[in-house]
Design a binder for this molecule. Structure first.
Ligand code: GLC
Length: 441
C-alpha cells in the first residue's frame, strides 16, 4: 500500500475527533506562499528592519509610499493555479508589525497608506473565486508594537539599556493584541483553511537576551481560540506547542518526517531566491528544474511544498518569478498526476530516481536520464503497463536473467526481481521526465 500522508498522524495533543481535516492538504501537495508588506518597498529582504537596525519612526515612512496599484489577487490566484498550486498562504502581518487588513486594533495597517483598502479581504475573495484554499501567515513577532519586549532578533537589540527599556514594555499587553488580531482575522474573512504562525525561539540569544515561546504568546489559549473560531483549520507547528503541520524551512527532509516515531503531516517552505520578501538585487534564483525536483522529492517523502513569491511594491510578481512559475507550471500541466493525491511509495527507489505512488499507479521520476535502460529492483512481475507520462508513449519492459552471462552486446540481469525499462536515447523535453507505471493487483 502506498502510505499517503492522509494516514499520517496529525501532530496534535487533542483527541482523534478534534483532528482537523487534512485531506485537501495532502491531496493537493502544493501551495503558494506570498510574503508581502511594507518591506517590498526597500526591496532588500523582509528582515530589513532588523538587518539595518531601523527604528520604528524611520521604517514607518514606507507607509506614505505603499500604493500597490497593480495588486490583482485574481491574477495571483490564476498564476498559482496554473503552477499546480491548490492553496495560498499570505502574510497578514510579518515581523515588522504592518497589518495588510483593516485591523481595528492599531492604525499600523494598509488603511493608513495611500492605497487604503483591505488587501486581505480582496485576497480571500479572489482565492474563493478561483477555488483555492485560503491560508494566512501571521507573525507572532512584532518589531513595531511598543509593548513587545526587545529580544535578540529585535531591531533595537543593540541600542543599549535594554533592561531599562524593556521595563516599560509589557508582554501581557502585546499578547492581548496578538490574540485580538488573530481573532479579527479568523472572524471577519469567512472560512480559513490554514494558519501559519511564525515563529518561536524560546532560548537565549548571543547577547544573553531571552527569546520568546509558548508562555509569551499564550500559545495554548491562542490555539484554543483558533480552533473555536475555525473548526477544521490546520495550524502549523511554530507556536512552541504541537500543531498539525511540521514546517521545515529552506531544506528538504531526506525521508518521511516523524515525531516520536509517528508519521506527521509536513510541508517544506521554500523560496525562489533565498529571500521571502521582494529582494530586488538578490539573483540567487533556483532553476525551475530544481524547484520541480524539490516538489517531487517532498512528495516522495510524503510532504508538501509551499513555494514562495515576494510581490513587488506595485503588487505584481516580478518577471523572474513569473517566468519560473510559468516553467514550473508547464511541467505540472503534464505531470500533475504524479503529484496530486500521491505520497511515499512502497518500493525503494534506485539512485537518481524518486518514486511517488497513488494506489496502483507508481510514478518514476528520473532526475538523471540514463543511457538506454532503467533498472527497477523489486518490480519484476508486478507491472502491467508503463508509459512516459509527458506523451503517454508506451515503454517496453524486460526482465533480464541474472544467470545468463553478459555477451558483447547483451546485458546480464542485476537480480531476478529487477524490472528493466527500455528508454529512448533522447530525454523528453521536460524538467523531470516521469514514467507512469500501472501495477498489477
Ligand atoms: C522565517 C523568517 C521569515 C519567513 C519565514 C517563512 O522564520 O523569519 O522571514 O517569513 O520563516 O517560513
Amino acid at each position: 500500500m502506498s502510505q499517503t500522508a492522509t494516514s499520517a498522524r496529525v501532530v496534535s495533543e487533542k483527541g482523534p475527533s478534534k483532528v482537523p481535516d487534512s485531506q485537501w492538504f495532502t491531496e493537493g501537495r502544493l501551495g503558494m506562499f506570498v510574503h508581502w508588506g511594507l518591506y517590498a518597498l526597500p526591496a532588500r529582504h523582509e528582515w530589513v528592519m532588523t538587518r539595518e537596525k531601523r527604528q520604528v519612526e524611520d521604517y514607518e515612512k514606507y507607509l506614505n509610499y505603499f500604493n500597490p496599484d497593480l495588486y490583482d489577487p485574481r491574477e495571483w490566484a490564476r498564476t498559482a493555479k496554473a503552477a499546480g498550486m491548490k492553496y495560498v498562504v499570505l502574510t497578514t502581518k510579518h515581523h515588522d508589525g504592518f497589518a495588510l487588513w483593516d485591523t481595528k486594533m492599531s492604525n499600523y495597517s494598509v488603511m493608513r497608506t495611500p492605497y487604503g483598502k483591505d488587501l486581505v479581504a480582496m485576497y480571500v475573495e479572489a482565492l474563493q473565486a478561483e477555488g483555492l484554499r485560503v491560508g494566512f501567515y501571521h507573525s507572532l513577532i512584532d518589531w513595531h508594537h511598543p509593548e513587545f519586549p526587545i529580544d535578540w532578533h529585535h531591531p533595537e537589540s543593540e541600542r543599549g539599556n535594554i533592561v531599562g527599556r524593556n521595563g516599560k514594555r509589557d508582554m501581557a499587553k502585546y499578547r492581548e493584541y496578538l490574540h485580538a488580531q488573530v481573532t479579527e482575522l479568523l472572524t471577519n474573512y469567512g472560512k480559513v483553511d490554514y494558519l501559519f504562525f511564525d515563529f518561536s525561539y524560546p532560548w537565549k540569544g548571543p547577547n544573553g537576551l531571552r527569546g520568546k515561546g509558548r508562555k509569551d504568546w499564550g500559545s495554548e489559549e491562542l490555539l484554543t481560540t483558533v480552533r473555536r473560531l475555525q473548526p477544521g483549520i490546520l495550524v502549523n507547528d511554530r507556536l512552541d506547542i504541537p500543531g498539525d503541520v511540521v514546517t521545515p524551512e529552506q531544506y528538504q527532509p531526506t525521508k518521511p518526517m516523524e515525531v516520536d516515531g509517528q508519521p506527521v503531516l509536513w510541508e517544506a517552505c521554500q523560496t525562489l531566491n533565498g529571500s521571502w520578501g521582494y529582494d530586488r538585487d538578490n539573483h540567487d534564483y533556483k532553476s525551475a528544474d530544481l524547484l520541480v525536483r524539490m516538489l517531487v522529492d517532498g512528495v516522495a517523502n510524503n510532504g508538501n511544498l509551499l513555494l514562495n513569491v515576494g510581490p513587488t511594491g506595485r503588487g505584481n510578481f516580478d518577471p523572474i518569478a513569473t517566468r519560473l512559475l510559468g516553467e514550473f507550471g508547464a511541467w505540472f500541466k503534464l505531470h500533475g498526476r504524479s503529484i496530486v493525491g500521491c505520497g511515499h511509495a512502497q518500493f525503494p527507489a534506485p539512485r537518481d530516481v524518486r518514486y511517488t505512488q497513488r494506489g496502483k499507479c507508481l510514478y518514476v521520476h528520473i532526475f538523471a536520464w540514463p543511457f538506454g535502460y532503467l533498472h527497477l529492483p523489486g518490480l519484476a512481475g508486478k507491472v502491467e503497463y508503463a508509459q512516459l507520462l509527458n506523451d503517454a508513449s508506451e515503454l517496453h519492459l524486460r526482465q533480464l536473467d541474472p544467470d545468463v552471462p553478459a555477451l558483447t552486446t547483451d546485458m546480464k540481469g542485476d537480480s531476478r526481481d529487477t524490472l528493466t525499462v527500455k528508454l529512448p536515447i533522447r530525454k523528453p523535453e521536460v524538467a523531470v521526465p516521469v514514467i507512469e507505471i500501472f501495477l498489477k493487483e
